[in-house]
Design a protein. Structure first.
Length: 135
């Protein structure tokens, strides 16, 4: 059975990282930096928490809905209970997929996303999948 999320990660160019802010000691920062170093355009979405104009050299946004360009993959680094509105935003901006990082799950939200045609996965790390299976 093909892994649609892995294939989306393989072909994605633009990754909006929700939960990426100016704190360089956070896991979201480390993984976003890895993705950027491996050729992805990373769009920081800080959700108004620890906002910065620029993160990792890229203009940062408070919401996915503020991002002016198409997004291939929404990579989510927030608590599971906070993911519902983010998934709805990913659907609204017509992202190609939603990836909930390791330890983050939302079955109902991802069901909505799949129904809207998005590729989904949860409780997985984009960096680990890229490093171990795609790089």
């Amino acid at each position: 059975m093909p892994d649609d999320a892995k294939e989306l990660l393989r072909h994605a160019r633009t990754v909006a990282v929700v939960g990426l802010d100016s704190r360089t000691d956070r896991v979201a920062y480390r993984i976003a930096k890895y993705l950027k170093e491996h050729g992805y355009t990373v769009i920081p979405v800080h959700r108004g928490q620890h906002p910065a104009e620029v993160v990792l050299g890229e203009k940062a946004y408070a919401s996915l809905r503020d991002v002016p360009q198409p997004v291939d993959l929404v990579d989510v680094f927030v608590r599971s209970e906070q993911t519902g509105p983010i998934i709805d935003d990913a659907i609204a901006i017509r992202a190609k997929g939603v990836w909930l990082q390791a330890g983050i799950t939302n079955d109902a939200g991802l069901k909505r996303a799949r129904k809207a045609g998005l590729v989904t996965t949860q409780d997985r790390c984009t960096m680990v999948v890229h490093r171990d299976e795609l790089a």
